[in-house]
Design a protein around this ligand. Structure first.
Ligand code: FAD
Ligand code: 2HG
Ligand code: ZN
Length: 592
């Protein structure tokens, strides 16, 4: 169990030299080689600012051929490399641990092909997900995945993490929607073809349903390390499905340079409801009803606990929960601004009744604990509306939903999605966050949040902690029940500042996002959480990574979800493809 073991830099890796930089400049030009210390900060630091490397160079190739040249050189020099897309990953996989060369796909952002009959898209791996969605949206299609990070994450990063997101329940995993990949391997598997520079490119020729590879498009020659699996075929049973190996490989086996993906028709009718449920069991009953009654049009079923709603409304400008009265949301935002110097969330009074646009029959009481976002994608508004109305009537009659609102416009739908999608950002603003992204049997999913809340409270962390009064910076501070009260500038300021355990996620996929928000990172707190969380997950036959991947954060914990034979096979695949281990070292596989 290497959960807390410090990692040492592998001595087999070379250190970057001036000659290395000169070589990179010779193939990428000055603009493709970043060495300025300030400019390197965002490449070295992850989205959460939790993991930080010390790379001295970030490379921005524009073509498959350039990626291939870079890997050929790095392999011969034994320079370690970390592939980086939009750098929105949440497990420390996308940034260097030490001084690895950062290979960013940001300049590989061209759409290569879109087939308007079949809806197949071929794009370079550095295309931003939202930009691709806009591109195919203008042609009547949508990307088969959507996530809060869509404005920054790259399709290559999505594939490499096997990102799940908000609509997996309807459009499935990338293991199904990715039709083809082009990947540059760290070592050649074949000798280079005899003539270089002839523009031939890929090893597999274009045939019916196949597409031009990005290498060929860029006029490159494959040098025996470009694995061209860039087909757009829906069906292709020709031996092992090698592309699946790279979906979710987190940059440890190759650099994905292009992706062929099946897009879905953009729905003509979209409905979105935000519902309040008194208990998690009621949320599960609502989920079952949604599956049964919304059937083929159901496109998302998400949940958040009320603590998540409070955080999002308190920390993000303009975010509100339409089921809370306006004044409550405004009061939260106001308190946050007035009392906050970057510390804790405002305390929200819940259950004050009267959500705007509340459904008839929906009473708001003190029992509001969970919110659900239920969305449908269909082709006939009348049919879909009727289905949604019947579903809402049913769940309210059953008492598993006590209040709800149906978005009446795109703007209202955005408000609801912003509440859900903003949670990660709100947590990041509150302070330190320990994130766990687990798959569990849906019915017991929230038990993990509750037992951890109790466990941390009993250990003196969190709102359940005792009463403390002490002087800090000459000011008397009183802490009780996780609320800090102090006087600042003659004004009494109350701030929820303790450890908060919150849960939300993709309930339709059995995927819980357990987040422990704390004023600061603290090893004692971490030891209360790990390995407890991983043990809980193992006991329930769950997965320690539902969608975010393993990265650096969970490499030591992999044995909680994978047996020794599976891990050994993973190691052998890694050793075959990357014998010098230069690609994204220290990530995914546990140290021996
Ligand atoms: P990066 O973060 O740059 O990289 C992620 C991993 O992939 C790293 O290991 C990296 O080395 C590797 N990699 C990147 N590009 C390549 C490539 N071209 N070839 C080989 N390896 C590569 N995830 C979900 O699954 N569902 C969600 O709903 C979701 N929501 C999110 C919301 C927010 C606000 C944020 C910040 C993150 C969210 N994530 C979610 C995390 C998710 O993993 C990423 O957002 C996304 O899939 C990563 O893409 P990226 O381009 O940012 O990759
Ligand atoms: C989401 O679903 C992301 O919003 C982020 O996967 C999850 O913050 C998290 O734990
Ligand atoms: Zn998620």
């Amino acid at each position: 169990r290497l959960l807390h073991t410090a990692i040492e830099r592998r001595s087999a890796f070379a250190r970057l030299s001036e000659q290395d930089l000169a070589f990179f400049q010779s193939i990428l030009g000055n603009s493709g080689v970043i060495t300025d210390a300030d400019a390197l900060v965002p490449f070295n630091q992850d989205w959460q600012k939790k993991y930080e490397g010390k790379s001295r160079v970030a490379l921005r190739p524009r073509s498959t051929e350039q990626v291939s040249e870079v890997l050929r050189y790095c392999s011969s020099r034994r320079l370690a490399v970390v592939p980086q897309g939009g750098n929105t990953g949440l497990v420390g996989g996308s940034v260097p641990v030490f001084d690895e060369v950062v290979l960013s796909t940001a300049a590989m952002n061209k759409v290569l092909e879109f087939d308007e009959v079949s809806g197949t898209l071929v794009a370079q791996s550095g295309c931003v997900l939202a930009a691709l969605d806009e591109h195919v949206g203008a042609r009547g299609f949508m990307m088969p995945l959507d996530l809060g990070a869509k404005g920054s994450c790259h399709i290559g990063g999505n594939v490499s993490t096997n990102a799940g997101g908000l609509r997996l329940v309807r459009y499935g995993s990338l293991h199904g929607s990715v039709l083809g990949l082009e990947v540059v391997l760290p070592e050649p598997l074949l000798p280079p073809p005899p003539s270089r520079g002839g523009g031939g490119g890929s090893s597999s020729g274009s045939s019916n349903g196949a597409t031009a590879s990005a290498a060929a498009t860029a006029g490159s020659t494959a040098d025996g390390r470009v694995l061209d699996l860039l087909r757009t075929l829906r069906k292709d049973n020709t031996g092992y499905d090698l592309k699946q190996l790279f979906i979710g490989a987190e940059g440890t086996l190759g650099v994905v340079t292009a992706v062929a993906i099946q897009c879905a028709p953009r729905p003509a009718s979209v409905q979105l409801a935000l519902l309040a449920c008194p208990t998690f069991a009621a949320a599960c009953t609502t989920l079952r009803a949604a599956r049964r009654m919304l059937g083929e049009v159901l496109s998302a079923v998400e949940f958040l606990d009320s603590a998540c709603s409070d955080l999002a409304t308190a920390y993000l400008d303009g975010v509100r929960n339409p089921l809370l009265p306006q004044d409550a949301a405004a009061a939260v935002a106001g308190l946050g601004e007035a009392g906050d110097t970057g510390g804790g969330a405002a305390v929200v009074a819940r259950g004050r009744g009267g959500g705007e646009e509340g459904l008839e029959g929906g009473g708001v009481g003190d029992d509001r604990q969970f919110y659900m976002v239920v969305e449908t994608h269909g082709s006939d508004a009348d049919h879909d509306t009727q289905k949604m109305e019947r579903f809402l009537e049913h769940v309210m009659a059953e008492g598993c939903v006590t209040d709800g609102t149906l978005a009446a416009s795109e703007a209202q739908a955005k408000t609801i999605w912003r509440l859900r999608e903003g949670i990660a950002e709100a947590l990041a603003r509150r302070g330190a966050v320990y994130k766990y992204d687990v798959s569990l049997p849906t019915a017991v999913m929230y038990d993990l949040v509750e037992v951890l809340r109790q466990r941390l409270g009993a250990a003196g962390f969190g709102p359940e902690g005792g009463v403390q009064v002490r002087r800090e910076g000459g000011v008397q501070v009183r802490r009780e029940g996780g609320v800090q009260v102090r006087r600042e500038g003659g004004v009494q300021v109350r701030r929820e500042e303790g450890v908060q355990v919150v849960g939300y996620g993709h309930i339709g996929d059995g995927n819980l996002h357990l987040n422990i928000s704390a004023p600061r990172y603290d090893d004692d707190l971490l030891h209360q959480i790990e390995p407890y969380v991983y043990e809980f997950v193992r006991q329930h036959n769950g997965s320690i990574s539902a969608e975010h991947g393993i990265g650096l954060m969970k490499a030591g914990a992999l044995p909680y979800s994978k047996g020794p034979v599976a891990i050994e096979l993973m190691r052998r695949i890694k050793e075959t493809v990357d014998p010098y281990g230069i690609l994204n070292p220290y990530k995914v596989l546990p140290q021996r």
